[in-house]
Design a protein around this ligand. Structure first.
Ligand SMILES: [Fe+2]
Ligand SMILES: [Fe+2]
Length: 168
């Protein structure tokens, strides 16, 4: 298996990019910089959640030791992050309400990354073969190619229990 294109490695790369993106916001000097950084980061967060919901969680929910709970938690977290991103777009960049929404996205995302990295991904690794991890990594890259700039992705919240029921 090529370890760089294996799905959990690709997911960890995205997670590192999210942490860097939020740190970059701290260093932005004006609203234009804030907007440029946040637009790119928010889009990446939204695409990442859709990619996990299309590629990672359908497998984990069926095969993980605690797959149904981990999946329901993850969809709920993705919804909170999506909601905070949508809320940020209702306010002028750099305003108090904008920072509050971005802060919520940051906090929810940090909590979610920890759960994913410490629970969901370990569970997935224990149950997925090298071949499957490589194949899903390939699908991950294809997904990003097909949905450049979020093309054709609705970024809508999903009901966690219905998602689990539909995929288990
Ligand atoms: Fe993730
Ligand atoms: Fe996630």
């Amino acid at each position: 298996m090529s370890t760089v294109d294996e799905i959990t490695a690709l997911i960890l790369d995205d997670h590192a990019a999210f942490r860097r993106g939020f740190a970059r916001l701290d260093d932005a000097r004006d609203e234009q910089e804030l907007l440029a950084i946040w637009d790119a980061l928010a889009l990446h967060l939204d695409i990442h959640a859709e990619a996990e919901e299309a590629i990672l969680y359908p497998h984990l929910v069926k095969h993980g030791d605690d797959g149904e709970d981990e999946t329901a938690d993850a969809i709920g977290d993705h919804n909170k992050i999506r909601d905070a991103i949508a809320e940020s777009k209702l306010h002028p960049v750099g305003s108090e309400r904008w920072w509050a929404a971005v802060g919520t996205a940051r906090r929810e995302n940090s909590e979610h990354l920890a759960e994913e990295e410490d629970e969901a991904l370990p569970d997935f690794r224990r149950h997925a073969s090298s071949e499957l991890r490589a194949e899903l990594g390939h699908r991950w890259l294809t997904f990003y190619g097909e949905h450049k700039n979020g093309r054709d992705l609705p970024f809508r919240d999903k009901d966690p229990q219905s998602y689990v029921a539909d995929h288990r």
